[in-house]
Design a binder for this molecule. Structure first.
Ligand SMILES: Cc1cc2nc3c(=O)[nH]c(=O)nc-3n(C[C@H](O)[C@H](O)[C@H](O)COP(=O)(O)OP(=O)(O)OC[C@H]3O[C@@H](n4cnc5c(N)ncnc54)[C@H](O)[C@@H]3O)c2cc1C
Length: 373
């Protein structure tokens, strides 16, 4: 019998395997991952942003942990900049106070100061901005491969198979049923299957309000030097950062009905992204769209925050790590550590993620980021 079967070998599954094995090297940890190329997984499609600019202390602490422990030569520590409309300035201020109270090296910038620091940005319509200088982005594929190879070197067994169902003994999941027909007896099961986790969670009797949400990443090239820009989040929902000879840009379409959708609607860039981009970075008025990639957020429709942990009253040994809603890469190491603590000791020992647990789903009580997503 495996000690722990982790369903899904993306950033969250690999990080969980790493921390379980660092804690207890003799554990038998199996990671089920049907696709070693990660063709549809979210992790390699991410923008790679890591920020401490959240309102929920748990999210700040999880990002901080990644910034502290992730050693990679792909870091770009250009900082992370949240710019807010006049209407959002109070929310930005409240979040800023929380960030300062948690010792984030955050800086409040009035529009005039912002214009001096980042002359590429149009600031006329803004109320204020907050810069977190220690934040930035990294290469998501490298990040994933490092987690995976550490998990493998610590002894995790990666099986190229897919979980399709579970068997139960009372309130416990006793086996993971695989697409190959094999069955894996397990003491603990972690559902880290990203956008595919809701169906598995439902099969385990632990339904979650998570669904795939299409998210494009656009690469634009332009004349000029954009390399010193931080990762910028704009009131229009635009996210941008330097990439090669231009920028990597995303703008979540919260109006999309949800579900897997691999189509690339080229009019979305022209109609939605381009006007927002040209407004915020006027020097991009002659930028060229080079490519668009499509991925999916595992979007938590209740509150946009992750769901982490088990359901003690109903399925003690079935653990969720899903619903990351666009934050899963930056939170993977801390989530892996937290889950390994929960599995090993029945409690969170370093970052208390109790408020991100399944209890709020059962009670239908959102625990959302305040003000700015
Ligand atoms: C365009 C885009 C930009 C993003 N930008 C950022 C960002 O800047 N910062 C950030 O922190 N996050 C970002 N995210 C979100 C982040 O990528 C995800 O939250 C994170 O990668 C989730 O990791 P995961 O391991 O849960 O899921 P995934 O990486 O999707 O891994 C899940 C794995 O489960 C496997 N699987 C599926 N079904 C089964 C099954 N039945 N049995 C076994 N295995 C199965 C899949 O093959 C997959 O490899 C972005 C996402 C997208 C799409």
């Amino acid at each position: 019998m495996a000690d722990t079967v982790i369903v899904g070998g993306g950033a969250i599954g690999c990080a969980t395997a790493v921390y379980l094995l660092r804690d207890e090297p003799s554990r038998d940890v199996v990671v089920l991952e049907p696709d070693p190329t990660y063709a549809k997984a979210a992790t390699p499609r991410a923008s790679g942003g890591v920020r401490q600019l959240f309102s929920c202390p748990e999210n700040i602490a999880l990002s901080r942990y990644t910034l502290e422990v992730t050693k990679t030569d792909t870091w770009h520590r250009n900082g992370y900049l949240f710019i807010a409309s006049v209407a959002d300035t109070d929310a930005l201020r409240a979040n800023f106070e929380t960030q300062l109270a948690m010792d984030v090296r955050a800086e409040w910038l009035e529009p005039a100061h912002l214009a001096e620091r980042f002359p590429l940005l149009a600031t006329d319509d803004l109320g204020a901005a907050v810069l977190s200088a220690d934040d930035g982005w990294l290469d998501p594929h490298t990040f994933l491969m490092r987690l995976r190879s550490e998990a493998e070197s610590l002894g995790a067994r990666f099986l190229r198979d897919r979980a399709v169902d579970f068997a139960f003994k009372g309130r416990l999941v006793s086996e993971v049923v695989l697409a190959s027909g094999d069955r894996l007896p397990a003491e603990h099961v972690v559902n880290a299957a990203g956008c595919w986790s809701p169906e598995l969670a439902a099969r385990a009797g632990v339904p979650i309000p998570v669904e795939p949400m299409r998210r494009y990443e656009h690469f634009v090239e332009a004349d000029g030097d954009f390399g010193a820009l931080p990762f910028v989040k704009d009131p229009a929902g635009l996210a941008l950062r330097p990439e090669g000879a231009g920028l990597s840009v995303g703008l979540v379409d919260f109006g999309h009905p949800g579900g897997f959708d691999e189509t690339i609607d080229s009019s979305y860039f022209d109609k939605v992204v381009w006007p927002a981009l040209a407004h915020r970075v006027p020097a991009l008025d002659r930028a060229r769209l080079r490519s668009t990639t499509v991925g999916h957020y595992d979007q938590n429709r209740l509150d946009g925050n992750a769901i982490i942990g088990n359901w003690p009253q109903a399925r003690e040994n079935f653990y969720l790590a899903s619903g990351f809603s666009g934050h899963g890469l930056m939170h993977a190491p801390g989530v892996g550590r937290a889950l390994s603590e929960l599995i090993a000791y029945g409690e969170f020992r370093t970052i208390d993620l109790g408020r991100l647990g399944y209890g709020r789903i059962v009670k239908n009580q959102p625990y959302a980021e305040r003000g700015i997503r």
